[in-house]
Design a protein around this ligand. Structure first.
Ligand SMILES: *[C@@H]1O[C@H](CO)[C@@H](O)[C@H](O)[C@H]1NC(C)=O
Ligand SMILES: *[C@@H]1O[C@H](CO)[C@@H](O)[C@H](O)[C@H]1NC(C)=O
Length: 383
């Protein structure tokens, strides 16, 4: 019946007035051409998953999002001259490569020596009552409650994994105003998982945030075995992470691992968000570092990194700055047992893949909740 109707429609199509027919055929052709182009693109992307331009443009998007979250639309002047910072910078010992030491350079950077800042909100003696195997430290903008909410519903909820105690905490800078600060205080009353330090929370200050995380671990939680700095837009397969750290060969000290970045050139294009002036960082390339989305380290490192940071000029690329600290300590990041577990991007959700990896960068907090529920709650094996 239906088939007959369709045949009738088809024959009507064929007998339509001439201008209609070529148009239809043309749009079909367009569609076919687009489809084959899309297929070719997908084949290409799959054949070289670490294709630099592809990764780079996605990383760009990721950092653009972070910038947007931090600034919430209004950009402060990128390198404000702060007379206090200038004074503190003058107290810093000179580094050997001394192109750094022009007066302009001293006025150009923010200060990343963590003990210069104070914690204005803390989580009490959380590490005195328990000894975590792993502390997950999440840098997040004060206003980004949505990301915190998604993490609390997913990987941040897991406080015992493979028999190990896990602790998840959020690190915030100063709130944007009294009203936002009130909200943050309320949130902490409910969840007891926010730490706040008194530096201006902005994208260019992410290095300060990371160093304040290190300071917190060094002074408030020295008994933990491992820690991870993990961004707020990450999917974290916490089981796989703990299993990795429980492997017999994993070092207990001087260990930093994640997605290893080597030979990365410093961006000197002034309009770029990752622009670093030569006065701040003169070398054309960064030392080997672990990508900021999520890196794992033995908890003996934070006090060493904080101490050495006093002698290293800060620059606004937090993960590369940690790489610089490691280099100055005479240490280097080590590849994880399975490098394919530290993924940055994928094209679509795949349950089997998500059951095998440790990290993926996501597009939204809702994605985290959806993928987590699918992976954890759906019956049947993922692969
Ligand atoms: C960031 O903000 C700009 C301007 O508000 C917007 O055009 C852009 O799409 C945003 N990017 C992301 C990744 O959210
Ligand atoms: C970074 O933080 C310091 C200390 O709070 C502040 O003086 C400076 O203006 C901040 N820089 C940016 C770019 O937000």
């Amino acid at each position: 019946m239906r088939l007959a109707a369709r045949r009738r429609r088809k024959s009507r199509l064929l007998t339509m007035s001439p201008p209609c027919l070529p148009k239809k055929i043309l749009s079909w052709f367009k569609f076919l051409i687009l489809l084959s182009m899309a297929l070719l693109f997908l084949c290409y992307v799959h054949s070289i998953p670490s294709s630099p331009w592809w990764e780079n443009s996605l990383l760009r998007q990721h950092y653009q999002k972070l910038i947007n979250q931090s600034y919430q639309g209004k950009l402060p002047p990128p390198f404000r001259v702060d007379p206090n910072n200038l004074a503190k910078a003058d107290e810093l010992p000179e580094t050997t490569s001394s192109t750094y030491s022009t007066l302009t350079a001293r006025t150009l950077y923010h200060q990343a020596y963590a003990p210069n800042y104070q914690f204005i909100m803390d989580v009490g003696d959380v590490c005195k009552t328990k000894t975590p195997f792993l502390v997950l430290m999440v840098p997040v903008a004060p206003g980004n409650k949505e990301a915190r909410h998604a993490i609390r519903l997913t990987w941040g909820k897991e406080n015992s994994v493979q028999g190990e105690t896990i602790l998840t905490l959020f690190m915030l800078g100063l709130a944007g105003g009294a009203e936002q600060q009130q909200k943050v205080l309320q949130e902490n009353k409910l969840h007891h998982d926010l730490i706040q330090s008194n530096f201006v929370d902005s994208y260019l200050n992410l290095t300060i945030k990371t160093m304040v995380i290190m300071e917190w671990l060094a002074t408030r939680c020295p008994t933990a075995a491992y820690a991870m700095k993990v961004d707020s837009d990450m999917f974290l397969n916490i089981d796989n992470l703990v299993l990795m750290l429980q492997k017999p060969g994993i070092p207990k000290t001087n260990y930093l691992t994640g997605r290893i970045m080597w030979d990365i050139p410093v961006i000197r294009v002034k309009s770029s968000k990752w622009y670093v002036p030569e006065e701040m960082y003169p070398n054309p390339k960064y030392p080997t570092y672990t990508l900021g989305m999520g890196y794992v380290f033995s908890n003996d490192l934070p006090p060493k990194i904080v101490a050495i940071s006093k002698t290293i000029r800060p620059f606004n690329i937090e993960d590369a700055y940690i790489g610089m600290c490691m280099k100055q300590l005479g240490l280097a990041p080590k590849p994880p047992p399975d490098a394919s577990q530290f993924q940055a991007y994928n094209t679509e959700y795949n349950r089997c893949q998500y059951s095998r990896i440790i990290t993926y960068i996501l597009q939204s907090p809702q994605e985290l909740i959806n993928y987590w529920m699918d992976l954890r709650k759906k019956p049947g094996p993922p692969c």
